[in-house]
Ligand binder design. Structure first.
Ligand code: CUA
Length: 225
């Protein structure tokens, strides 16, 4: 989860988020190199004393400063496309979770098994007992180390089902069913929030996932009442 003064991404808990962070770092390095180079050229223009009164055009320099940025963009575009298709891939999921956005709470359905369904409301903050503005009364429970499919929709306005540490951010549209998938690679509790401005209590419909082992998950779903 996010902690104070965290200026970077949250730690990744899924392979897709790991890839997203790699791509971010890769692109940021290219951006920094470009910014430094251009800044240096612009600053040095102010302080040099070279003057050429007869220079009107130069094909060679224009060729260089057209082709170099084009090549640089390819180095961003190709990894970006790779990531895009990686995020869209679905690898034979073990279970499907349906999450439905409402004003202003989420509800969930595990329709594969015992038709488990429940609402998930934000809870009141109690000192040192839970996370302020981030905890819910009924958490999602999911097995770690397994491919999980999420189906996302809404009943009223557009919401967005977003969990930063898993690299998931999919809009919940009324009348549409969106699909994504992820793989949680460790046990723990993962937090998310709605990220589509959906009304007065937009900030108060958090998402919480409890990631546990498969055996414990089967136990949980069998004993759900
Ligand atoms: Cu739901 Cu913002």
């Amino acid at each position: 989860m996010a902690t104070w003064s965290n200026f970077n991404f949250q730690n990744s808990a899924s392979p897709l988020m790991e890839q997203i962070i790699f791509f971010h770092d890769h692109t940021l390095i290219i951006l920094i190199i470009t910014t430094i180079l251009v800044s240096y050229l612009m600053v040095s223009l102010f302080f040099n004393s070279y003057i050429n009164r007869f220079l009107l055009e130069s094909q060679m320099i224009e060729l260089i400063w057209t082709i170099l940025p084009a090549i640089t963009l390819i180095f961003i575009a190709l990894p970006s496309l790779r990531l895009l298709y990686l995020l869209d891939e679905l690898n034979n999921p073990l279970i499907t979770l349906k999450s439905i956005g409402h004003q202003w709470y989420w509800s969930y359905e595990y329709s594969d098994f015992n038709n488990v369904e429940f609402d998930s409301y934000m809870t009141q903050f109690e000192t040192n007992n839970n996370f302020r503005l981030l905890d819910v009364d009924n958490r999602i429970v999911l097995p770690m180390n397994n491919q999980i499919r999420i189906l996302i929709t809404a009943t009223d306005v557009i919401h967005s089902w977003t969990i930063p540490s898993l690299g998931v951010k999919v809009d919940a549209n009324p009348g549409r069913l969106n699909q994504t998938s992820f793989f949680i690679n460790r046990p723990g509790i993962f937090f998310g929030q709605c990220s589509e401005i959906c009304g007065a209590n937009h900030s108060f419909m958090p998402i919480v996932i409890e990631s546990i082992s498969v055996m414990n998950f089967i136990n949980w779903i069998n004993n759900y009442s």
